[in-house]
Design a protein. Structure first.
Length: 335
């Protein structure tokens, strides 16, 4: 089995500009979601991935149309990074009839089968075996579609993680498991409850996989590692497990002030915010600041437009109440 190395060919300038575009799109979108939540316009709860954008952006750029992705309740970024349009995602969060799932799912359940975005899952670990399912389906059909499954560090202590990894390895499934290690579970530091320092990478060997870690705040590094793992899966060389080290800027969900995190730790990670660092890197490598400013403006305009569109949209009609209960769209009781 070939090892995955961050040092492989770096992305070209076009890819890097796309990565920057994706980063700022995800950042401005989630900042807006937070504002709308505080104004009581986003119902239920929200889990933001502010600070973790480089992972969704890097994988989004490395995937092809037709590849499958599965995410957690912290899945806004992963859904956007697959090319699902912003307005229906925002409308979904705001419970509008024009939402991605007609406003019936909300923030934690974003799904777009049309884009092969096969769901966001609120039950920890639930989607890892499902990712084996989409990967197995591709293998069975002889297609070269790859599945990427995102989850958190805490998920590595759930049984489904180990079952899915073993199954994927034994069947050589075309799936890439991506652990976004942000150092915390709901409120508990992962290090306090885990027998090994690297919750995903240190367990890879148990399933015959290489221990791969990557700086999850570095879009170039994530993209390179993603491209390599996705390529291996596409060539029939089996699954990978990648641990991307990152940090979320805010609390676990809603208005959690995350006071359980040491101030010095938060400060150190805020200084490693992937977006300003990437911007500086691109400028140092010769990209004009005006080009990046234009991308920033584009992202802000896109968020403003999506906000206006979602705000103007009506709530779901009562006719939708009993729609989509079964896969064929109906809701008739059956035994
Ligand atoms: C089976 C299960 N147990 C507990 C919970 C409650 N819960 C929601 S999020 C979370 C923490 C998950 O941490 P991690 O996997 O690190 O993801 P992160 O939120 O940091 O992205 C927990 C325990 C749940 N949703 N499902
Ligand atoms: Mg976590």
């Amino acid at each position: 089995m070939s090892a995955i190395k961050e040092s492989l060919v770096p992305p070209d300038e076009g890819t890097r500009l796309n990565l920057y575009r994706s980063l700022v799109e995800l950042r401005y979108f989630e900042k807006r979601v937070y504002d709308l939540f505080l104004k009581n316009l986003v119902g239920g709860t929200t889990h933001l991935s502010l600070g973790q954008e480089a992972i969704a952006a890097g994988f989004g750029a490395a995937l092809r149309e037709g590849d499958y992705t599965l995410a957690t309740y912290r899945g806004h970024a992963h859904t956007l990074a697959r090319g699902v349009p912003m307005a229906p995602i925002l409308a979904e969060l705001m419970g509008r009839g024009t939402g991605l799932m007609s406003g019936k799912g909300g923030s934690m359940h974003l799904t777009s089968v049309e884009h092969h975005v096969m769901g966001s899952y609120a039950i920890i670990g639930a989607h890892l075996p499902i990712a084996c399912g989409t990967a197995w389906s591709a293998q069975y059909r002889g297609s070269d579609q790859v599945t990427v499954c995102f989850f958190g560090d805490g998920t590595t202590n759930i049984g489904a993680f180990h079952e899915a990894l073993n199954f994927a390895a034994v069947w050589k499934l075309p799936v890439v498991f991506v652990c976004e290690n942000n150092l915390y579970m709901e409120y508990t530091p992962i290090g306090d409850v885990t027998a090994v320092p690297r919750p995903a990478a240190d367990r890879a060997g148990a399933y015959g996989l290489d221990p791969v870690t990557v700086d999850g705040n570095d879009p170039d590094a994530v993209y390179v590692v993603a491209r390599e793992a996705v390529g291996r899966a596409r060539r029939g060389e089996g699954p990978s497990l990648i641990e991307a080290l990152t940090y979320r800027h805010g609390g676990h969900s809603r208005a959690d002030p995350a006071k359980y995190r040491p101030e010095e730790e938060v400060k150190a990670w805020l200084a490693r915010d992937p977006i300003p660092i990437y911007r500086q890197r691109l400028i140092a490598d010769g990209v004009a600041a005006s080009v990046l400013d234009e991308i920033d403006r584009w992202a802000l305009d896109a968020v403003d437009e999506a906000t206006e569109e979602a705000k103007a949209a009506p709530p779901p009609g009562a006719d939708l109440l009993l729609k989509d209960v079964w896969a064929d769209g109906s809701a008739t009781w059956r035994n």
